[in-house]
Design a protein around this ligand. Structure first.
Ligand code: NCD
Length: 306
């Protein structure tokens, strides 16, 4: 039985197979419509979510399976003091696979150790978000045709943004990927990402403050929101929240081939006027998120479709 805690739980060959499967599902969804009949997915969300939870649920339904779960800690026995280990032991009796989002780093890992069914980390605090990374990789590979030879700018809250941490960990494994890390001083990537991931893999990276300076060099711009819920005080959040706003004028500085990605939700960091720019790919990214989660569920449940 296999759990997914980080994108590194898959080799690059396995990732290629997973993304190939997702592309095949996109081409011919009918072929997969009954693949998970009789199977149940549990979504255990101790933190708010729109895309991740609903795309997991839509993915399981599109495979002919069923879903159950909760969407806030308040509506589960966590509010009575139950541990994640006891909750997953219980859920193992009802479901065949589970996706867990939790505000505490490592909570899905603790759950996986007590689980009888595959557990997927659907976001743990400011740590990792591997299924968003699968979504990002599928989007990049489908729209750019490659995962190597790319200059990617990651912009915004690089300290608390778990999607950024997972994406960097995944992309350092590809040839000639350069990173431009764009953030205010206070929101730079954590030192383990800088030292143990980027430097340890001898990756070319720069840290800059001005988005305008980076834009002309980029093949991809990955925008992120400032993670309000992880700040210790509201004043710091208010000072940081509008540090970057991508608008039409800034898009004029970017190459025609640059794609804009964002895990969403967006707050102010991308102006709505950018949505109609052909380079804006963040809503296509949402659609890819469902296909890749379908591929992931099939892979973890070892369901083969011929
Ligand atoms: C992200 C998350 O939850 O980390 N959202 C998502 O899953 N698509 C990004 C965010 O909340 O900013």
């Amino acid at each position: 039985m296999r759990h997914v805690m980080s994108p590194l739980d898959f080799s690059t060959e396995e990732l290629d197979q997973l993304l190939d499967l997702a592309n095949d599902i996109e081409k011919d969804p009918e072929k997969y419509a009954h693949a998970c009949e009789g199977k149940r997915l549990a979504t255990l969300f101790y933190e708010p979510s729109t895309r991740t939870r609903l795309s997991f649920e839509a993915a399981m339904m599109a495979l002919g399976g069923k879903v159950l779960g909760f969407s806030s800690a308040d509506s589960s026995s966590a509010s009575k003091g139950e541990s994640v280990a006891d909750t997953i032991r219980t859920v193992s009796c009802f479901a065949h696979i589970a996706a867990i989002r939790h505000p505490k780093e490592g909570a899905p890992l603790v759950a996986s150790m007590a689980s009888k069914i595959p557990v997927i980390n659907a976001g743990d605090g400011g740590h990792q978000h591997p299924t968003q990374t699968l979504t990002d990789l599928l989007t990049i590979r489908s729209l750019k045709g490659r995962l190597n030879n790319l200059t990617i700018g990651l912009c915004g809250d690089l300290k608390f943004g778990r999607t950024v941490h997972s994406l960097i960990e995944a992309l350092v494994r590809y040839e000639n990927v350069k990173f431009i890390l764009i953030s205010p001083e206070e929101l730079r990537v954590p030192s383990y990402i800088r030292d143990d991931v980027l430097r340890a893999n001898h990756k070319d990276f720069q840290e800059v403050i001005r988005l305008e300076d980076a834009l002309p060099q980029l093949d991809l711009l990955y925008m992120t929101r400032v993670q309000r819920e992880r700040f210790f005080n509201e004043e710091d959040y208010v000072r940081m929240k509008d540090f970057y706003i991508l608008d039409k004028a800034k898009m004029d500085l970017a190459p025609d081939h640059m794609l804009v990605l964002h895990p969403l939700p967006r707050v102010n960091e991308i102006s709505v006027e950018v949505d109609s720019d052909p380079r804006a790919a963040y809503f296509k990214q949402v659609q890819y998120g469902m296909y890749v989660r379908m591929a992931l569920i099939l892979t973890l449940l070892e369901v083969k479709v011929c």
